[in-house]
Write a protein that binds this ligand. Structure first.
Ligand code: FMN
Length: 322
């Protein structure tokens, strides 16, 4: 698999505009390969992986997090870290993989991650954030990016300190989710604050938060973002990015999914998950993923119930008798 240079990635971002974002527990190589089959994003993220897992996880865990499908396009691998030594060592391992971008997570709101001084807690420690990004740049020849959140309407007021830290470290790309780490998804994204970052940073910015239609993508492009990240909306709809790109005039193609085909893609997704771990892992994923694959279906409730009652993959397959 090809490794893309910064210029090639920037060209792709300007051409395709949309990046598939990271979703822990979802963005493994099976999910990503389905995205690549039905859409052409600028690049796709893997799920956040702690440097400890990269350095000393079991071989099964490592294979789940570090596998790459041969059909994938440019891949961004996201790490969670607050330790420069571990970061450098983890980059050494990632350098062996066909990964074009290494991203550091500075937005995760999960308590366990924040307690380790990782994820969004790095936003309150701009010097450490800057040092981690510099360490990554010194430890890899791949592009380096960071995914952050704005301070929003909180009293945190870190935006300008983070801007200085990022200017000092100069990552190749900055992804900005327009919410504070305390905000739920019911709080609207703060586009004026993303615009402030775009204006002040002088680095390519990818806006993130609630994009799922051509218009919602345009809102980010209109404030100067080079690209837009879509995370949740593509789950169960790997064709969504292509359909949005059609609405933006980027491609002539779109994909009109029908029930039987969605079901087949769902089964393929689940059966391939069984191959990377086991039937239990695949079924647990099926119980969560089915609601996304059946968005808008009239027979949704009945099917959700049948899928969640399935105890084997065979039972799962026979629950979709159309
Ligand atoms: C289940 C779930 C898992 C997520 N995992 C990650 C992750 O591993 N790394 C990350 O930076 N963001 C993660 N996010 C945040 C999303 O990537 C994204 O920033 C957020 O959902 C807003 O974008 P969206 O409206 O397009 O989903 C996760 C979100 C959800 C709901």
């Amino acid at each position: 698999m090809k490794i893309y240079s910064k210029q090639q990635l920037l060209d792709r971002l300007r051409q395709f505009r949309i990046v598939q974002g990271p979703l822990a527990g979802v963005s493994n190589h099976i999910f990503r390969s389905l995205i690549w089959r039905y859409s052409q994003p600028a690049w796709v993220y893997g799920e956040m992986t702690s440097c400890k897992t990269i350095l000393s996880g079991s071989s099964q865990i490592k294979s789940r997090f570090l596998s790459v499908d041969p059909g994938e396009g440019p891949l961004c691998f996201q790490i969670a870290s607050s330790d420069v030594n571990e970061t450098a060592l983890a980059c050494d391992t990632i350098n062996q993989l066909p990964v074009s971008i290494i991203d550091i997570n500075a937005g995760c709101p999960v308590k366990k991650i924040r307690q380790r001084k990782q994820g969004s807690s790095l936003l309150a420690a701009p010097d450490l954030l800057s040092n981690l990004i510099k360490t990554m740049k010194n430890s890899t020849d791949r592009c380096v990016s960071v995914k952050i959140r704005v301070d929003g309407t909180s009293d945190d007021r870190y935006n300008d300190r983070v801007i200085k830290a990022l200017q000092d470290a100069s990552p190749d790309f900055v992804v900005i989710h327009g919410r504070n780490y305390r905000d739920g998804y019911d709080i609207p994204c703060n586009l004026p604050q993303i615009k402030h970052f775009v204006k002040e940073l002088g680095l390519p910015v990818i806006g993130n938060g609630d994009a799922n239609t051509p218009d919602s993508v345009r809102h980010f492009l209109n404030i100067g973002c080079e690209g837009v990240m879509i995370s949740r909306a593509s789950v169960g709809a790997p064709w969504l990015i292509q359909n949005i790109q059609k609405g933006l005039g980027i491609t002539d193609n779109d994909f009109k999914p029908h029930t039987e085909l969605c079901w087949e893609i769902f089964l393929e997704h689940i059966n391939r998950l069984a191959m990377i771990q086991d039937e239990r892992f695949a079924l647990n994923n099926a119980y969560g993923l089915i609601k996304y694959y059946t968005k808008g279906w009239p027979q949704k409730e009945d099917l959700l119930q049948k899928v969640r009652q399935a105890k084997t993959l065979e039972q799962l397959e026979s629950s979709g008798n159309f």
